[in-house]
Design a protein around this ligand. Sequence first.
Ligand code: ADP
Ligand code: MG
Length: 349
Amino acid sequence: RGSVHRICSGQVVLTLATAVKELVENSIDAGATIVEVKLREYGSEMIDVSDNGLGVEEKNFEGLTLKHHTSKLEDFSDLINVETFGFRGEALSSLCALSIMSVVTRHKDVEVGTKLEYDNHGKVNSRSSVARQIGTTVTLQNLFYTLPVRHKEFQRNLKKEFVKMVHVLNAYCLINTGVRITCTNQTGKGNRTTVVSSKGNQTVKENISNIFGPKQTQSILEFKQHKPTEEVSTEYGIKLTEGQTQLFKIEGHVSKCEHGQGRSSADRQFYFINKRPCDHSKLSKLVNEVYHQYNRHQYPFVALSITIQKESVDVNVTPDKRQVFIENEKILLAVIKTSLIEMFEPTAS
Ligand code: ADP
Ligand code: MG
């Protein structure tokens, strides 16, 4: 099973960014209000994610790292109603196969913490009692060392991988307004620098200011949702019935479109569906295209949070759950297009 599992694991956890994302999601799923990510050498030596969540129950110590073990999904029909980020039980099992993993956890109902060390097959190697506050710390050392080619690639592109990871963490910082997330990185010279931090009791707009600086908030507009104009409806080939435009609730912020208010690249664009950071290429392409009609040489800052009925969205399409399938996607795109035009047209305000 060893090598096959290792290859499959490589597909669930492709990058540093996915590894950190999975651990942070687990912390949020566990009800944490504080999540601390500590990296050594940009994550290549060590990734350590600590939280003050519920902790792991003893009966789950062994199962934690087994494929398809999850404590979050009771029966398959629940798949539509998942509120948690995780539900596949694949992350820890994959990370175990790809790195040296240990867990220190104290469940809320017990007095003492436990340190667990796992082998690459997900078996508990050693177990000991340790002092710990309620919560969980997952530590990964030497990520990808079991996949030599991937490992070399990772070492070669450390800084790039790191930038991608920071982007992903920024998304979780922006949208999780009740969770304080920090990330630090320690390099050889011994200095530890803070890479990302959010305060945990702020609005999305305050988070934007906190993460990207107050200047960023001065150059953005609040997204105002409009019904598609007839022109845009025709363009998308949709006939709208009453109520269909209310299928979506869209909130957030986009750069003002005057020159100098945008950015030179599409480096600060965040989309959320039901509070889940996601990639939707049609959506981001549309937003950039509309923006370019008004501000030809720049890209907007985007933080758009879309709320959709659970039945109308499927996050289960790709292993990393970042790509989503949306029912009535055309209507969503039409609503966003019209709204942006209304926001940007000089006559519209
Ligand atoms: P999933 O999140 O899909 O359930 P994972 O492999 O990410 O699968 O995690 C497996 C299980 O480990 C979770 O269902 C949960 O019970 C437990 N777990 C993982 N991380 C934490 C954490 N930070 N706090 C509490 N429990 C955790
Ligand atoms: Mg998970």
